[in-house]
Design a protein around this ligand. Structure first.
Ligand code: SER
Length: 685
């Protein structure tokens, strides 16, 4: 059976059992408690919690997942066995208040033993020590006596809070070539019975419905069906490994196998994450991806390779997986460019960092490098801690990790103090002219801007270096700086033909646009740069903003004309909207609002962007924000005949560009004020 066959058998089986088959959601979850989509259930958290309606009672899919850098973290295991991955695909089936323990266990058993025809003697099951019911079902359905285990093994949740419950796990016997029982018996499927919601204090509340969330690692299933004991020997990986052999010019052997596994695993994580919109950076998920990319490069070095690696391997990933995940090919140009920028920056840092390390190594006492030096390597040269550890391991040395953590905590404290103060610092530059951002609505490709000021670590500097976190003011910019509830643009500053800075977000202090982010090359005051916004993110934000206007109109239609906006946050593909209303919305009202917004999107109405006098806008009946001050000339955004608002944000030109809207949640935030959250675009789809 090929990889594609295994996928198909799984989906076909659950389709035949009445499940709706859906495509994978993005690796970037719509969930602030998680860095990545770590399991198939992540997109369904709201449904499991009962805060979102289920779109079908039974659902199945194969979901892209990354487990790195959070509660579910497999990064450090990768390479040392044949089973762990940072990126993997999870097969899963769900019941949202439909079948429960019996249905789930029966279907799992039927698929494994009747369809995939696995030998029941090679399957073992575990249940939670308190779960009599599942244990009894296993006896009845499979004649199996489940091994009973505690919370550590048989209780599952995605994050520290949210839906959770006891689970039953199925293990497969990969044969006696393994001496160790734990290596031999591998978990291939986890059926979780989502019954509770856990709050921040650890309290469990029963969920409104009893749900099922199952998940299995597709890579393990493929190995199992292909009779392999190592996932990396299956058809999912062999071609990627051959491509790596070609690029590095070395064949895979027993000795260097870990480096090959790391490279192909990390290629998948980095490639898929960037294709889904993650940008390598120094914080959060961007940092995890940067770290994974650097770890792959380090293993390239161990194999004797210098220079570009993952950017050269990415086309092989498209060949292998682009049919199933068309976004890989669609985003190729952007992904390869981002990886190349990272690779170039890393090569420079590595060289400089190695110089520092070579100087420090002779001074090391008792084989332990000081935490401060390791932190300097991290902070100034971009060496992740595990990279430093890896280099030292070859020399039988280690790092004082406590000292490293201490230095890191001190740095965080410093930067917290700094961010509090940056507004004040910018305000203190009284002779800085207002930024000319007149091109922000229609960015100009060859707009040339001059660097007026650079802020680093709480100080204005004349120049800063690759790796520095900085805030930069320019005389002109295409970037939209955070304003009126709309988050600012992200993108790059380009010097000549090269990226000099990754702008994570453009903010605003009064009439100055502040470009915040990380340098990938040196930058000085007076330099001429081009401001290249990330047009994907811009489009995602524009559709969220126009959708916010439709949402306001829909609320006034469905609830009443008195509904008024009290605040909003417009982010890429998501909207938070606060409005005046005296009670909770009913499920029917929420649905009616969502349906109306989607009806207006489907009607593909033109969206007019006009400038006019405030009087004229008033005559048109444009809605204005309560308590807001407006100038004499205002921008008016009119969507068909359903919405007309004063607004300085960025918008789409036809409502059809919004693609789709989905109301996630509605709740009270203070007396008489409600908050509604909505996803739009591909996220809503
Ligand atoms: N959420 C569970 C897991 O990831 C089952 O899908 O193991």
């Amino acid at each position: 059976m090929t990889y594609n066959d295994v996928r198909k058998v799984f989906l076909d089986f659950f389709e035949s059992k009445g499940h709706k088959i859906v495509p994978s959601a993005s690796l970037i979850p719509n969930d602030p408690t998680l860095l990545f989509t770590v399991a198939g259930m992540v997109p369904w958290k709201g449904i499991l919690q009962g805060t979102e309606p289920a779109f079908a009672p039974r659902v199945a899919d194969v979901q892209k997942c990354i487990r790195a850098g959070g509660k579910h973290n497999d990064l450090d295991e990768v390479g040392f066995d044949g089973r762990h991955h940072t990126f993997f695909e999870m097969v899963g089936n769900w019941s949202f208040g439909d079948y429960f323990k019996e249905g789930a266990i029966e279907m799992s058993w039927e698929l494994l033993t009747k369809v995939l025809k696995l030998d029941p003697a090679r399957l073992r099951v575990t249940t939670h020590e308190t779960d009599e019911e599942s244990t009894e079902i296993w006896r009845k359905v499979a004649g199996k006596e489940a091994i009973r285990l505690g919370d550590k093994d048989n209780w599952w949740s995605a994050g520290d809070t949210g839906p959770c419950g006891p689970c039953t796990e199925i293990f497969y016997d990969f044969g006696d070539s393994f001496e160790n029982e734990d290596d031999r018996w591998v978990e291939i499927w986890n059926d979780v019975f989502m019954q509770y919601d856990r709050d921040a204090n650890g309290n469990l509340t029963p969920l409104p419905k009893q749900n099922v969330d199952t998940g299995g690692g597709l890579e393990r299933w493929v190995a199992m069906m292909q009779g392999k004991t190592d996932n990396y020997d299956t058809d999912l990986f062999v071609n990627l490994i051959h491509a790596t052999e070609d690029v590095v010019g070395v064949k895979k052997t027993d000795e260097n196998t870990a480096s090959f596994k790391v490279i192909v695993d990390h290629l998948r994580a980095v490639g898929f994450a960037i294709a889904d919109g993650v940008i390598p950076s120094n914080t959060d998920r961007g940092y995890v991806i940067r770290r994974i990319l650097r770890r792959a490069m380090r293993h390239g070095q161990i194999l004797g390779h210098r220079g570009a690696l993952l950017s050269r391997l990415y086309p092989a990933l498209i060949t292998e997986m682009g049919d199933v995940y068309p976004e890989l090919g669609r985003e190729e140009k952007r992904v390869v460019e981002i990886i190349q920028n990272e690779e170039n920056a890393f090569a420079d840092m590595l060289q400089n960092g190695m110089k520092l390390l070579d100087n420090e190594i002779p001074k090391v006492h008792n084989g332990v490098l000081s935490g401060d030096v390791a932190f300097k390597l991290f902070d100034t040269y971009g060496f992740p801690l595990d990279l430093t550890q890896m280099i030292l391991r070859d020399k039988n040395m280690s790092v004082d990790t406590d000292g490293f953590e201490r230095a890191m905590a001190e740095q965080k404290e410093r930067s917290r103090a700094n961010t509090k103060g940056t507004r004040v610092l910018w305000e203190s530059l009284s002779d800085l002219p207002a930024t000319d951002d007149s091109t922000k609505y229609a960015p100009v490709a060859d707009l040339e801007s001059r660097v007026l000021a650079i802020l680093r670590d709480g100080e204005f500097v004349q120049s800063a270096n690759a790796g520095d976190a900085v805030e930069v003011a320019l005389d002109k910019t295409n970037f939209y700086g955070t304003q009126g509830g709309q988050v600012g643009d992200s993108g790059d500053l380009i010097k000549g033909t090269d990226v000099v800075m990754n702008v994570v977000e453009a903010g605003r202090v009064d009439n100055i646009v502040i470009h915040k982010g990380n340098l990938v090359a040196p930058l000085s005051v007076g330099d001429v740069v081009k401001t290249a916004i990330n047009t994907n993110v811009r489009q995602q934000t524009a559709r969220a903003h126009t959708a916010t206007h439709l949402l306001q109109s829909a609320l006034r239609h469905v609830l009443n004309e008195d509904v008024e906006q009290r605040g909003s946050k417009v982010s890429p593909d998501s909207v938070r909207f606060d409005f005046s209303f005296g009670r909770a919305m009913t499920a029917e009202e929420k649905q009616a609002v969502e349906d109306l917004v989607n009806k207006w999107i489907a009607a593909d109405m033109p969206v007019a962007h006009e400038e006019m006098s405030l009087d004229m806008a008033r005559q048109r009946g444009a809605m204005a924000l309560f308590g807001e001050k407006y100038g004499d000339t205002v921008k008016v955004i009119t969507a068909g005949d359903v919405s007309c608002e004063l607004c300085g944000g960025t918008h789409v030109y036809h409502t059809g560009e919004i693609i789709r809207a989905h109301v996630n949640k509605e709740k009270s935030i203070s007396s008489g004020i409600r908050r509604i959250t909505m996803s739009v675009g591909t996220l809503a789809e």
